[in-house]
Design a protein around this ligand. Sequence first.
Ligand code: ZN
Ligand code: ZN
Length: 446
Amino acid sequence: MELQSVSTQLAVEPGALEASAPLDRLGDEIAELAAHLTVATARLLNLIREFDARGGWSHGFVSCAAWLTWRVGLAPGAAREHVRVARALGNLPRLAEALARGQISYSKVRELTRVATPATEERLLAVGQAGTAEHVTRIVRGWRLVDRKAEAREAAQQHASRALHVYPDEDGTMRIRGRLTPEVGALLLKALAAARETLYQRQRESAPEADRPTLEQQQADALGLLAEVVLHHELDPGSPGERYQVVVHVDAVVLADAEAPGQSVLEDGVRVPAGTSQRLACDASRVVMRHDAEGRVVEVGARTRTIPPALRRALQHRDQGCRFPGCGVRVGQGHHIRHWAQGGPTMLSNLAILCRRHHRAVHEEGFQVERQPDGELRFHRPDGRPLPEVPPPVGVAGDPLGVLRAWHRAAGLDLHAHTATPGWLGEPLDVGYAIDVLHPLARSLP
Ligand SMILES: [Zn+2]
Ligand SMILES: [Zn+2]
């Protein structure tokens, strides 16, 4: 019995070997092509980084990722990851080089860039080269936990050390010394800057340079104004609507025609471009005032919404979100394709939802939108070129793999089936131990 079974096995094995040889070659081919794609991905990320840094997307797109989604067809999540990794690699030369040599896969680099800093990238690269993609994911997860703990500890320390000492000096002046958490500090700086602006704007225009107070003196005055304003309003921050309300005074002729002479100013007298007034008026609550020849108000109308609530709901239901090509942000403003001040009706056919960013693009950056007779919207760039909803696909001519191979050979890279093979020999991974050894802060935490 036993002998027989052995002989049967022997009879099968040679055939199995013959069948597996082409499969091995297939596997090698997959590994080699993957290495070529990794190198090509490194190049792609370099191009994305440069395009992003130079703002190639900023004409009409919310972000580089939104542009990638539109132009290349990447899913939004994948597009955001490409941009994130591209930016991160700009500061991580070792990881960038390993990727550019095909020695470590994009999947691993994507994980490692979540935690790597210039100080730790060498260690993390070693993890990437020794372990599988799954090991890398687990190590990065553990690493982030340590990072988060360290961050939480720092935030707790900052919060605990907040303090403000206000005490009288011998001569009766007040001294102030303190320490604020970063976000409260930022808020204070903003408020001081706003108060300084209010106090000294007019003086800047009239007073000679020498008479002006120093920055420190201005800050002291600004703090005084802040205190006054706060007490005046009895510490009531107001409803969100009131807080962010901006009042624009604009002449009817300017709303209809940006080139026409007339006023377009904010409440405190700061002039704003007519395009901005047109945008703000496009979807706003408005109060119409009539002035006489001397500028005195003779009649004040009731406050109305430009787009009534029922129509807005219908508009949201139809458009779902921003209609600008490639955007799709859910929340937006109702844009009059032909402005109401120019006689455009407030009707669905003359309205389109645009997000804040793209509403600006249309009113102030020269982008145009029109509705075709078939009801579709068509957008144009400021130079008049059309901005299609979906860009035409790029044709790939000839033998794309041959082109990749030739590029990489010319770059001195010898890519083969084992270029990206990890050094792992099959032993189990102890994540806790690995993080303890690798993470610079791991031991200092409880
Ligand atoms: Zn508009
Ligand atoms: Zn948009």
